[in-house]
Design a protein around this ligand. Structure first.
Ligand code: NAP
Length: 300
């Protein structure tokens, strides 16, 4: 990320202790870097221990400070609790949680098995709730303040054709954000969400646009009125604004950051209705190969 584009003063997040789920890669890694560079203690979790450690080492080398890694599968509530016990015991209470971990792939919905549906929903819907629930209960029991930021998509507003398990799950987390913002405000907890348009990550290209050479191609088709994809610092500045001190009255909001693609063209994969069997078969093969490669690196 281009650090010159950060909007905030140095040290803004000193004293914050933030867990970013899926913080080893993509947007999670970028947000972790933003928080660290502004003085926060950062914790990242994911299923690939080596990927987490490489990220932590790279970020600490660049910015100093402390990034702690936690191999953890958010689909397993007991594993979430064990990780949070360890964080609370060794480091102290978190002040913030970023629900960023997710899985997704494009498919015709009639081709998805219930197992395939569960593979996504168990991470995005159930896992995100389990993490928020475990950490929320700790904050409430101790009377600590805390902030939760969930990374959604603009599909929570208009549906996600060809990404239905993800769209359904993210929509559920959108409602969780709105509900708990009200229910838990009396405990000093707040919940917000960001709905990004396309940003250049491997997760985006490999499973959502396996036929595109890069996410740039996704903006070149006229669907985005700004004619481009997002830049990492733009997302990170918004995440810092929502998680840092000074924006406490922002609660229960889902904020889009997509160059107005949602307004212009729906910002989803509706255009894939024109694909035929051959394109879907090629996409399924590419996604399967990516899954196998990632699975081989998992340590939990
Ligand atoms: P990504 O690099 O694939 O990030 C997903 C992360 O989640 C990975 O680090 C992955 O690590 C982790 N993860 C997946 N399943 C997990 C599990 N069961 N337990 C723990 N960690 C798990 O993709 P990304 O593009 O950065 O996506 C980040 C977030 O932004 C997602 O919520 C995505 O829906 C959202 N988003 C992205 C875009 C975009 O254009 N990039 C647009 C809209 C929304 P492991 O595989 O090691 O577990």
């Amino acid at each position: 990320m281009d650090m010159d584009q950060m909007m905030f003063r140095k040290g803004l997040m000193t004293g914050e202790r933030i867990l970013v789920t899926g913080g080893g890669t993509g947007l999670g890694r970028e947000m972790a870097e933003g928080f660290l560079s502004l003085g926060a203690e950062v914790h990242i979790c994911g299923r690939r221990g080596g990927v987490l450690q490489d990220t932590a080492d790279a970020l600490m080398e660049k910015h100093g400070g402390e990034v702690f890694t936690h191999p953890c599968d958010i689909r397993v509530p007991d594993v979430i609790s064990e990780m949070n016990d360890l964080i609370w015991d060794r480091h102290g209470p978190l002040t913030g949680l970023v629900n960023n971990a997710a899985g997704n792939f494009i498919s015709r919905t009639e081709d998805i098995s219930i197992r395939g549906f569960d593979a996504i929903a168990n991470i995005v819907f159930r896992g995100t709730f389990a993490m928020t629930h475990d950490i929320g209960k700790r904050w409430i029991a101790a009377g600590d303040k805390g902030s939760v930021l969930s990374i959604l998509t603009t599909w929570v507003w208009n549906g996600g054709p060809f990404t239905v398990p993800s769209a359904m799950s993210k929509a559920g987390i959108n409602v969780m954000t709105q509900s708990l913002a009200v229910e838990w405000a009396r405990y000093g907890l707040r919940l917000n969400a960001i709905a990004p348009g396309p940003f250049p990550t491997e997760g985006m290209t490999k499973r959502l646009a396996p036929d595109a050479d890069s996410t740039d191609e996704m903006a070149a088709d006229g669907s985005n009125p700004m004619g481009r994809i997002g830049r990492m610092h733009e997302l990170v500045n918004l995440a810092v604004f929502l998680m840092g001190p000074g924006a406490e009255y922002v609660n229960g909001q889902t904020i889009g950051i997509d160059g107005a693609a949602f307004n212009a063209s729906g910002g989803n994969f509706a255009a894939l209705a024109s694909w035929g069997d051959e394109q879907w078969e090629a996409a399924a093969r590419a996604i399967k190969a990516t899954n196998a490669k990632d699975r081989a690196k998992r340590t939990v």
